[in-house]
Design a protein around this ligand. Structure first.
Ligand SMILES: Cc1ncc(COP(=O)(O)O)c(C=O)c1O
Length: 409
């Protein structure tokens, strides 16, 4: 006689989940990009102007960066061959780490295959079971997953609420404290209250870790990010994440930090140790992008002017802008079906705009995520605003009376 309950059928469970997704309007489809030229892309056979990419400085197709990678691939091939700790750590990786550490003014850096992996690595390496990982409710999913991997106590405070962060840190007073926040929030484009968080970390003996994915290259002196923009030092923020796949136009990520932190992560982080190193030719491309991001301040100036132009135009149209001065300019819509309808209509008029639905944002928090780039021109912004104009009333009405949504898990 079998005393066990019947085993759950995985296929049936997946089918039920698929039906629920379809019912809730949450099925996601990948778009196929065939070619890119500046901000123009071929997408599923159409030519569109891209307002959905994170290539904020317009470096992803820069001819000098592309040719640096081509030449490097001829010299060092297309693969690293192994993980960093075996024999996959190449001279090119070392140069990239040093360049980023030097740019941000930190003693040491560590290269990862992606920002997602680096955000898994930091909590997993630094925290133990019972320690506290205190995070903003709007932090990126990878930071939440990192806390889970560490088996730490994940405690989340209301978005950008430093006083709540302080109260929660005080309420969880035992164990070590890692205070982790995005510098710029990926779905809202606003900034973390970094000076207040640094003060809390100093006072309560925590370590402040800032994810600069959407800030490096864009904000601060020489594009050094939100920590530098806030005037904070490596003593106040001992660990930072720089991702290479956004303003730096390539792929991968680099942690920069104090020597002891980087050494510990290098020795103990599973997402660092147990994975193949990024192709060295890609590190060469990223190095060329870092030099350009650092030296070509006009890209940031152009981007800032385009952001101001978009915000002013949106204001005139009565569009409900969020409190963002960064290239991420979301328009909250609320309803899943409505956001998809508007995105389709924009696409018909030649614009690719991110339609973000749960679980990337919380239920009821669907939005158009418009991202601007130095690759755009003024007339591109004006054309997008023209295309948004017919939807302005519907967008404004759908968000009226809505409190600012809280983030998804
Ligand atoms: C705030 C933030 N952190 C980390 C990541 C992950 O970076 P990557 O794309 O390099 O894995 C992202 C990517 O979307 C992000 O928005």
């Amino acid at each position: 006689m079998n005393l066990h309950p019947p085993r759950i059928d995985l296929r049936q469970r997946a089918q039920e989940a698929a039906e629920q997704r379809a019912e809730a309007g949450l099925v996601r489809r990948r778009r196929q990009i065939s070619h890119c030229h500046g901000a123009k892309v071929g997408c599923d056979g159409q030519r569109l102007l891209n307002f959905a990419s994170n290539d904020y400085l317009g470096l992803a197709h820069h001819p000098a960066i592309v040719s640096a990678m081509q030449i490097a691939a001829q010299n060092c091939g297309v693969g690293a061959g192994a993980s960093h700790m075996v024999c996959g750590h190449h001279h090119e990786h070392e140069l990239l780490e040093r360049a980023i550490a030097d740019w941000l003014g930190y003693p040491r850096a560590l290269l990862f295959g992606s920002g997602y992996l680096a955000n898994l690595a930091v909590p997993q390496s630094l925290l133990q079971a019972g320690d506290v990982c205190l995070q903003d409710k709007f932090d990126h999913a990878s930071l939440i997953d990192g806390a889970r991997l560490a088996q730490a106590r994940l405690v989340r405070y209301p978005h950008a609420d430093a006083q709540a962060a302080r109260r929660q840190a005080q309420a969880h007073a035992d164990g070590a404290l890692l205070l982790a926040t995005d510098g710029v929030f990926s779905m809202d484009g606003d900034l973390a209250p970094l000076p207040e968080l640094a003060a809390i970390a100093a006072e309560l003996r925590g370590l402040l870790y800032v994810d600069e994915a959407h800030a490096v290259g864009v904000l601060g002196p020489d594009g050094r990010g939100s920590v530098a923009a806030a005037g904070l030092t490596p003593e106040q923020v001992p660990l930072l994440l720089v991702t290479l796949g956004k303003a730096l136009g390539t792929c991968g990520a680099v942690l920069v930090g104090q020597d002891w932190a980087i050494e510990h992560i290098q020795q103990t982080a599973r997402p660092y140790i147990y994975t193949t190193a990024m192709p060295p030719a890609l590190a060469v491309a990223a190095l060329a992008a870092v030099k350009m991001a650092r030296e070509e301040g006009w890209r940031r100036e152009q981007l800032a002017a385009l952001i101001a132009r978009f915000r002013e135009g949106a204001r005139v149209l009565g569009l409900p802008l969020l409190d963002s001065t960064t290239p991420i300019q979301p328009l909250p819509v609320g309803d899943n079906a409505r956001v998809m309808g508007i995105a389709r209509e924009l696409e018909r008029r030649g614009f690719l705009v991110g339609a973000i639905r749960p679980p990337s944002v919380p239920p009821g928090g669907a939005r158009l995520r418009i991202t601007l780039s130095a690759a755009h021109e003024e007339h591109d912004i004006d054309a997008l605003l023209d295309a948004l104009a017919p939807h302005a009333d519907a967008i404004a009405a759908s968000t009226r009376g809505n409190v600012h949504p809280t983030t998804a898990d």
